[in-house]
Design a protein around this ligand. Structure first.
Ligand code: ARG
Length: 271
């Protein structure tokens, strides 16, 4: 994807020791409009890391993820593309999942190697549909790290529901990547509104089947570059995976997430 934070990070890490920067996209404060959180408040939130690929200043963080089973981490498919990683994920020997840690540069929690990866074969990089992937951890985590996923018909998907998105991404839209975990409250928006915001174009197309969108009518609260793969949580359940959007926190351009119920359906369909 041409606006991928992870690809920018990789470029910066390989070209020169310059500060990370991406084109300014918003003036609101992002996770836009967010606040710091302790990892104990969101133990299922993890960082994906490769220091070889992205450099060590932020512990190699390039995407987020969520623990959905003792050995299973859910993330975005676009986080594992060759475009981002420079090679297929199985050829990134230092690909790790950082758990139990809010402050990237601390030695809190642990860094668990990834034993296997599975990318949704239905993922469409042009429309962004079906944007999810799973990582298998080399060692299982205690059940207390696991967040349940909201299945189809769960009230947490209703428009107007209060939710929160978590991540270490850009906090301003101008390349100010967080060193510590942040979250921001947003509301689930209606499919009609999301479809109007993203009727189709170079950035992606809103399709209610595999996506949901969330934000605030006047903008100001959103995920941003570097938050991809991270969790959108409502009523204690995972309802979405950070996927895409135009800019960050802009009025009329809400954040788009891979819909949790699409993921549970895709997984139980045996695909
Ligand atoms: N694609 C971005 C990433 O790779 C996430 C963008 C989310 N954007 C938004 N406005 N919610 O990190």
């Amino acid at each position: 994807m041409r606006r991928s934070f992870a690809r920018l990070l990789a470029l910066a890490a390989t070209t020169a020791a310059i500060p990370l920067a991406s084109p300014p996209t918003a003036t609101a404060d992002v996770v836009i409009g967010g606040h710091p959180v302790e990892i104990s408040q969101a133990p299922w939130t993890v960082a994906l890391s490769s220091r070889d690929r992205f450099g060590g200043t932020r512990a190699g963080q390039f995407c987020g993820g969520a623990v959905v089973g003792p050995s299973t981490v859910l993330t975005a498919a676009h986080c594992l593309t060759e475009d981002v990683l420079g090679a297929p994920p199985e050829r990134i020997p230092d690909l790790k999942v950082i758990v139990g840690r809010a402050e990237l540069q601390s030695n809190q929690g642990s860094e668990i190697p990834v034993r296997g990866t599975w990318v949704n074969p239905e993922y469409n990089a042009y429309t962004n549909a079906g944007d999810f992937a799973l990582l298998t951890l080399a060692e299982p985590l205690p059940q207390s790290f696991v967040i349940p996923m909201a299945g189809a018909g769960d009230p947490a998907y209703e428009p107007g529901t209060g939710a929160a998105v978590y991540g270490w991404g850009d906090t301003t839209g101008a390349g100010d990547y967080a060193k510590s975990l942040r979250a921001t409250p947003v509301h689930v928006l209606s499919d009609a509104l999301c479809g109007k915001a993203y009727p189709g174009g170079a950035e992606g197309t809103y399709t209610a089947d595999s996506m949901l969108c969330a934000g605030e009518l006047h903008g100001g609260r959103d995920a941003c570059q570097g938050d991809s793969g991270g969790p959108l949580v409502a009523q204690g359940k995972l309802i979405g995976v950070v996927s895409w959007g135009i800019g960050c926190g802009l009025a009329g351009s809400p954040g788009v997430y891979t819909r949790g119920s699409y993921i549970t359906r895709a997984l139980t369909a045996g695909g």
